[in-house]
Write a protein that binds this ligand. Structure first.
Ligand SMILES: [Zn+2]
Length: 648
C-alpha cells in the first residue's frame, strides 16, 4: 500500500522529479493504531473462500454469506474461531450444510465444531450476516468504506483490509501464514453499478429485481488482506501487455475508472504506460505471477493506492504510484511478508520498483533524483529501523511509517544491489527468491538466505546493522596529497542510533588533472581509520560515494595540507553548481538552491559564521561582516561546495 496526499501541511514534502505536481508523502495517521489478536485459528488451513454479498455505492451496508472451505489440521479445539466485528449481525452459521451453534462477541465469532470432524477433513463453514460497518466517518483505512471522490464527485463503496481489517466485512482467519488457495467474490449490486475485484470476471448475471451479480474468481493463493471489492459507476478502459516470456501472448490489463467524462482522458497517458511497466517487471522479476487472470486498477476515493491482488485500488494515477502497486504484485502479493515485522518484504521492494521503473523507463538521472530525495528524508531523523520492533508489530502507524518502511527500506535494496555489484546476478537473485517463495510468505531472513546463497556473499552484518539496527553513519573525512603519488584519507564514523559501527565498504572517486577517474573501495574496520592509497598522477579532486548509494550523512569533507590545515580551494567536485549572488554583495547573499549549511571564513581561514539552513532559507544576512573577501564552504548531504564572495 502507499498513501499520498496531494496537499497537506503536516507531512514531509518531497518533490518527485518526474511528477508535474508536488506530492507529499504522508505517514498514515498516528491516530489509527489497530490492535489485532494473534492468529486464533491455526488448527485449520484455508483452502477456498466464497463471498456472496449484496452491496451498493451509497453506504457500507452489506448482507449475504461467506463460505470458507477449510482443511482440519488438528483434532483440537472443539470450535472454529473467526474474526468478525460485532457491528455485523450473524444470522446463521452452518458447518457442512448443518446449522450449528455460535457466539459472537469482542469481534470474534466462535463456531461449534461437530464431533464428526477430524484431522484431514475438508469442512465448509458458511456464515450468513448483515450490517452497516464503519459509517463513513470511520476513516479510510478501516476495512470497508463509502465516500464521494472530492476530485470527481463519484460515490464509491470499497474495501481496504490491510493490515487487520478484513474482519470488518467478512469472517476471516487473519493469518499471513495461511494464504487462501482460491477465492470467489460475488457481489450483487443495482444494474447501473459495476464491481471490481480479484481474478477474472467470470460472469455478470442479471437478476429479476433490477440487480446484477458480478462473479469474480481467482485461483492463485491470496493473503486475507488482499481480497477486495469496489462498487461504483465505472467505465472500463483496457490494455494488453506482451511480455517476451509469453512469446506473443498477452496479459489483460483491465481498468475501472470513474464514469465521468473527464476522468479517462485525464489518466489515459498514465494508463497507457502500464503495459510497458508490466513487460519490464516481467523481464526483471519473472513473468507477472497472475498472468492467466489479469492485472488491473479500480478507482476508489482515498489518497494513494492499495495492491489488491490482480486489481489495485487507486485514488489517483502517477508514474511512481502505478509502478509501486504493480511492483507489489510480485513483492507483497505473490510473496507476502510472513509477519508485519517484515513489512519490508512488501513495501521496501515496492518502493524499489518505483526506482527501477524510473531508471529503466525514464532515465537514470530521474531514478537518482528520487533516491537522493529519499536519502534526505531518511537522514532527516536520526533513529529507527526498517524491521518493525516486536512490541510494535500491531501498531498500524509504525508498520507503515513512510520514512523507515518505504524510504529506508527501498534504499537498503539499492545498497544490496550496489554491494552485489553485478546487475545480472542481482536480478537473477530476485527472480529465484520470487520463484521459491511465490504463493507463500517470506521474512527478511528468508530473503537474506536466498541472497547469500546466490551471491556467495555474507550479508549477516549488513542485516544486523541496516535491517534490524537503527540510524546511519555520519562521516568526517579529510584527505591529503602525500609524497610519492599517494593519497592519505582519514575517515571518522559516528552513528546516530543503536548501531555502534556500520562495517560498510566506502566508495571514493579520484579525479586526476588529466581528466581520468579512478574508483576506490575502502573498508574501515573501526570508527576512526587512516588509509594510504596509491594515486599516480596529478590528483585534482576526491569524491566520496560518487553514486550516492550509501545511507549516510557527511558532517565534513576537506582536503588538508601536510599540517592538517583545510585547503579552501575546490576540494570536492560537485556535480551541481551552487551560485552565490550578488557578488560583490552589501547586506545579504542569496543561494540558487536549498542546502543544509554554509560556513563562511575570512582570508586567514578563520571561521566567521556557521549557518544551518536546513533546506529552508536561501538568503544569508552579511550586514555584520566587515568589508573584504570571504570564502565559504556549503554542504548538502554528501555534496560540498567551496567558493568566495566580496563584501563591499
Ligand atoms: Zn505499498
Amino acid at each position: 500500500m502507499r498513501t499520498l496526499l496531494v496537499s497537506l501541511v503536516l507531512c514531509v514534502l518531497s518533490t518527485v522529479a518526474y511528477s508535474q505536481t508536488e506530492i507529499a508523502h504522508c505517514n498514515r495517521s498516528s491516530g489509527m493504531d489497530v490492535e489485532a489478536s494473534d492468529p486464533v485459528s491455526d488448527h485449520f488451513d484455508m483452502k477456498y473462500l466464497w463471498l456472496d454479498l449484496a452491496a451498493d455505492n451509497l453506504s457500507t451496508s452489506i448482507s449475504g454469506s461467506s463460505t470458507l472451505l477449510v482443511e482440519i489440521i488438528q483434532e483440537e479445539p472443539n470450535e472454529f474461531i473467526l474474526e468478525l466485528i460485532d457491528e455485523l449481525d450473524v444470522l446463521k452459521v452452518t458447518v457442512d450444510g448443518k446449522e450449528v451453534n455460535f457466539t459472537h462477541h469482542q469481534d470474534l465469532l466462535y463456531i461449534s465444531r461437530p464431533a464428526s470432524v477430524h484431522t484431514g477433513d475438508l469442512v465448509s463453514i458458511s456464515v450468513t450476516y448483515e450490517g452497516t460497518p464503519n459509517p463513513a466517518s470511520a476513516g479510510i483505512f478501516s476495512g470497508i468504506n463509502n465516500a464521494q471522490s472530492k476530485a470527481w464527485g463519484n460515490q464509491i463503496t470499497w474495501t481496504l483490509s490491510e493490515p487487520f481489517n478484513a474482519k470488518t466485512w467478512w469472517p476471516a482467519k487473519q493469518d499471513l501464514n495461511d494464504k487462501i488457495d482460491s477465492v470467489s467474490v460475488h457481489i450483487t449490486v443495482p444494474n447501473h453499478l459495476k464491481v471490481g475485484s480479484n481474478g477474472t470476471l467470470t460472469r455478470s448475471l442479471s437478476l429479476i429485481d433490477g440487480k446484477t451479480r458480478h462473479e469474480w474468481k481467482s485461483t492463485y493463493p491470496m493473503a486475507y488482506y488482499l481480497v477486495a471489492f469496489t462498487v461504483g459507476e465505472y467505465v472500463e478502459y483496457n490494455n494488453y501487455a506482451k511480455p517476451t516470456a509469453l512469446s506473443g501472448d498477452s496479459i489483460f490489463i483491465q481498468n475501472y475508472l470513474y464514469n465521468n467524462p473527464e476522468t479517462l482522458p485525464y489518466y489515459k497517458d498514465e494508463l497507457d504506460m502500464i503495459p510497458e511497466m508490466m513487460e519490464l517487471f516481467s523481464e526483471l522479476f519473472g513473468l507477472y505471477p497472475f498472468h492467466q487472470e489479469k492485472y488491473g486498477h479500480v478507482m476508489a476515493p482515498f489518497s494513494g493506492g492499495m495492491e489488491h491482488q490482480t486489481m489495485s485500488s487507486m485514488g489517483i494515477f502517477t508514474f511512481g504510484l502505478d509502478a509501486h502497486e504493480l511492483g507489489h504484485q510480485w513483492f507483497g502479493d505473490h510473496v507476502t511478508c510472513v509477519t508485519w515485522n517484515d513489512i519490508w518484504i512488501n513495501e521496501g521492494f515496492a518502493r524499489y520498483c518505483e526506482y527501477i521503473a524510473a531508471e529503466k523507463l525514464l532515465s537514470v538521472k530521474n531514478a537518482r533524483a528520487i533516491m537522493e530525495d529519499d536519502m534526505l528524508s531518511v537522514t532527516g531523523t536520526d533513529t529507527g529501523s526498517v524491521y518493525i520492533p516486536l512490541d510494535e508489530k500491531l501498531t498500524d502507524s509504525r508498520i507503515f511509517q513512510y520514512r523507515l518502511t518505504y524510504l529506508k527500506g527501498g534504499l537498503l535494496i539499492n545498497m544490496i544491489r550496489e554491494l552485489v555489484d553485478d546487475d545480472a546476478l542481482f536480478f537473477r537473485t530476485l527472480r529465484i527468491y520470487l520463484q521459491e517463495y511465490g504463493g507463500r510468505s517470506a521474512s527478511g531472513e528468508d530473503f537474506r538466505a536466498v541472497l547469500e546463497r546466490e551471491t556467495k556473499m555474507d550479508f549477516g552484518s549488513f542485516f544486523q546493522q541496516w535491517y534490524y539496527g537503527g540510524g546511519f553513519p555520519v562521516f568526517d573525512i579529510t584527505w591529503t596529497k602525500l609524497a610519492g603519488d599517494t593519497l592519505g584519507i582519514s575517515i571518522h564514523q559516528s552513528t546516530t542510533d543503536d548501531v555502534p559501527f556500520f562495517s560498510t565498504p566506502l566508495e571514493f572517486q579520484i579525479t586526476f588533472k588529466s581528466g581520468q577517474v579512478k574508483r576506490l573501495l575502502l573498508r574501515p574496520e573501526e570508527n576512526t581509520q587512516f588509509f594510504k592509497v596509491p594515486a599516480s598522477g596529478q590528483v585534482k579532486t576526491l569524491t566520496f560515494d560518487p553514486d550516492k548509494w550509501l545511507i549516510k550523512k557527511v558532517n565534513s569533507f576537506h582536503q588538508v595540507d601536510e599540517n592538517g590545515n583545510i585547503i579552501l580551494s575546490a576540494s570536492y567536485q560537485s556535480p551541481e553548481e551552487l551560485i552565490v549572488f550578488p557578488n560583490p554583495a552589501t547586506t545579504e547573499i542569496h543561494l540558487n538552491r536549498k542546502i543544509n549549511s554554509i560556513k563562511i571564513y575570512d582570508t586567514t581561514g578563520r571561521s566567521i559564521l556557521l549557518i544551518q539552513l536546513n533546506h529552508q532559507v536561501q538568503t544569508i544576512d552579511i550586514s555584520e561582516l566587515n568589508p573584504g573577501l570571504y570564502f565559504f564552504q556549503a554542504t548538502d548531504d554528501s555534496q560540498l561546495w567551496n567558493g568566495k564572495f566580496l563584501k563591499e
